[in-house]
Design a protein around this ligand. Structure first.
Ligand code: AOF
Ligand code: ZN
Length: 370
């Protein structure tokens, strides 16, 4: 049955389901944010009779919510789902079973689910019940938004997105000058949207000390979607009076600390409301693969690395970057500038361009590991 090829209409409706799935990115815990549309055609054109996106915290799943909205209208309808419907009795009964019970006639799926309880089994259950199943429609587009979930499931670490803002001459700032404006307002808002969709954001202590950033999402209406903020700081040099530490009671702040850090420094940051993450060090550097494993175990699926050059270089050097997001401003910084570890002419091998855009006067380029 999977031989039935998807037509333009299937792709259009799957694209709509994918857009819907974006709504709860970063809000579904360790569960992926899945989108589902139930569509029927009674001869008067197609009608979307049910829609669902994985609920906040991860449950209920997308399908059961879409089926609930559709009610009787689900009978004989087509379900579009961005991820293979689940087949397991987890904290909720299997969505495949719910689709069968509701009398769905056809299921169009995008990405497959690497969860061993589901992988291949969801589609098989549907087929065994006589449902026509079409897999892999816009699979790449769906997987792009599910990347955090997919990478965490397969590699046991979060998806790492490295975001850099570069001047046209490839610099990311000026030494000793704190935050330097490279891009404009529209690009800044895009970065805040990326923060809203990420589980966590990470910077090195050098950037924390030089810039004293806040690292929250400050888009109107999305203030509650700030990610957990993480500072790589083996010696706990982050001052309790820093903007990050002072905002710790409102937005989670995790600071890494090596075993030998003084109890006084620990106590000061704990008192500010920060949480300390024990880290292993290797030749004086924080062991990033182990840290990422710990973050995944704490439920972080998407990690945005926002600075600076040293930290970016460490993640790149260890091959731990999955997605590169480069914002390029129109101005030059010149010889005094801090060189970016990468620029448009030096994209590491293995990355392919996924999209490019213009945000006001700034350019945007996104690459993903092939
Ligand atoms: C779906 N639809 O909307 C989502 C799915 O702990 P549980 O019972 O919630 O199951 C978690 C698993 O369910 C997760 O690993 C993934 O395989 C699937 N997520 N499945 O049918 C959804 N979010
Ligand atoms: Zn499910």
């Amino acid at each position: 049955m999977s031989g039935v090829s998807g037509n333009e209409n299937d792709r259009r409706l799957m694209a709509a389901a994918i857009r819907l799935s974006r709504r709860h990115l970063g809000l579904t815990g360790t569960n992926p944010s899945v989108g589902c549309l139930i569509v029927r055609d009674d001869g008067n054109g197609q009608q979307i009779v049910g829609r669902g996106v994985t609920a906040l915290g991860g449950r209920p799943h997308a399908e059961t919510q879409a089926l609930e909205e559709a009610g009787e209208a689900a009978h004989g309808a087509t379900a579009y789902v961005t991820l293979e419907p689940c087949a397991h009795h987890g904290r909720t009964p299997p969505c495949s079973e719910a689709l069968i019970t509701a009398g769905i006639a056809r299921v169009v799926g995008a990405a497959s689910d690497p969860d061993p309880r589901v992988s291949g089994k969801g589609y098989a259950m549907l087929r065994n019940a006589g449902i026509q199943v079409l897999e892999g429609i816009l699979a790449e587009e769906a997987a792009d938004l599910l990347a955090g979930y997919l990478i965490r499931s397969i590699k046991k670490r979060p998806e790492v997105t490295l975001k850099l803002a570069l001047s046209v001459d490839g610099k990311i700032g000026r030494a000793g000058q704190g935050q330097v404006r490279i891009t404009e307002e529209t690009a800044r808002r895009q970065v805040h949207l990326m923060r809203a969709e990420a589980d966590a954001i990470l910077i090195g202590i050098g950037t924390a000390l030089a810039d004293d950033p806040l690292l929250t999402c400050r888009l109107p209406g999305l203030e509650g979607r700030s990610p957990t903020r993480i500072v790589l700081d083996r010696d706990l040099r982050l001052p309790p009076a820093s903007t990050l530490a002072r905002s710790a009671p409102e937005v989670p702040l995790w600071v890494t600390a090596a075993k030998d850090v003084s109890p006084e420094r620990r106590a000061a940051l704990l008192a500010a409301g920060a949480e300390l993450l024990g880290v292993e060090t290797f030749e004086g550097h924080i062991a990033l693969p182990e840290l990422l494993e710990d973050l995944a175990a704490r439920g972080i699926s998407t990690l945005m690395v926002e600075g600076g050059a040293f930290t970016a270089g460490e993640f790149l050097g260890e091959g731990l970057v999955d997605r590169l997001c480069l914002f390029v401003g129109p101005g030059e910084i010149g010889g005094q500038g801090i060189a970016s570890p990468i620029d448009l002419d030096h994209i590491p091998s293995g990355f392919a361009k996924r999209r490019e855009a213009r945000f006001g006067g700034d350019l945007y380029f996104e690459y993903v590991r092939a």
